[in-house]
Ligand binder design. Sequence first.
Ligand code: TCH
Length: 324
Amino acid sequence: MCTALELTTKDHYFGRNLDLELSYGERVVVTPRNFPITYREMPTQSSHYAIIGMATVADGYPLYYDGTNEKGLSMAGLNFPGNAVYFPHAEGKDNVTPFEFVPWILGQCATVAEARTLLDRINLVDINFSEQLPLSPLHWMISDATETIVVESMADGLHVHDNPVGVMTNNPPFDYQLWNLNNYMSLTKEQPETRFADGFEADRYSRGMGSIGLPGGLDSASRFVKVAFTRMNSVCADDEMSSVAQFFHILGSVYQQTGLCKLGENSYEYTIYTSCVNTTKGIYYYRTYGNSQINAIDMHHEDLDGSALSEFPLADKENINWQN
Ligand SMILES: C[C@H](CCC(=O)NCCS(=O)(=O)O)[C@H]1CC[C@H]2[C@@H]3[C@H](O)C[C@@H]4C[C@H](O)CC[C@]4(C)[C@H]3C[C@H](O)[C@]12C
């Protein structure tokens, strides 16, 4: 399971929880403007926007899970098993493989509006990176400071949904997840009024009773409702520290502790990392399961006119601030 989130305070922020039972050796990777990005069916881009994000580097190629470019456009891929469908080569289309999709969009587009233009002619083509790294069934959230969309390549073609709630999880498809919020319309941040029945005097014995019925399950439909409610009612100051902290708190509402989602003998899904990018400033903040301290990498501290990837292995060891 995974959850993606975007939020605007003074700046715009974008990030995700990556929930999985194993790591692919991911790290924060900066792709500078002159690193040649090759495509299986499209021409190499020898110069493009610089990108920062979480990726596995395989044979020198940055396989991004999520990323943000120097213009502030961001994108994250989340699992979409049983629904994602990729297609054979289509004549007259931009044939891009799913593992090339993040650099394809972030390398060329400054805004969601520009991404929509590329999406009009894209065909997500069914070509594996390698036998060891076959294609993953994904869907994607793409955001800039003013709008967010969700892209789902399904049996009946490519769907591009407006995303007015700024969150995304996994199955089922996004249109259902959005519609399902109707079922929770009576939740409220306020202390609720009694509506149970005429003549019944309810006792508001606890704070937070407006949230009774908010799902708490780890399944993706429950997480969607939980994180949408949390994000849309979130209040925070607009300075950098408050915004980053609040972003981690919102994703903390759907954080997965090891042990609650068993996949096999000694195999559990857990939140491997949580990220939060200040997309305005190009700073990638992250936390890992083993290290609850916030770490940061600023893309502008790298040579963005260079041609070599910068890789930052994840700091995954707890660092306790002893006070005596
Ligand atoms: C599994 C990851 C998404 C996490 C997620 O959504 N979990 C939910 C599980 S579930 O639905 O609830 O069951 C996805 C996100 C990005 C993916 C990776 C990126 O796409 C980059 C490469 C792409 C290669 O084709 C496969 C390996 C890979 C390194 C991918 C492995 C895996 O599929 C990742 C890490």
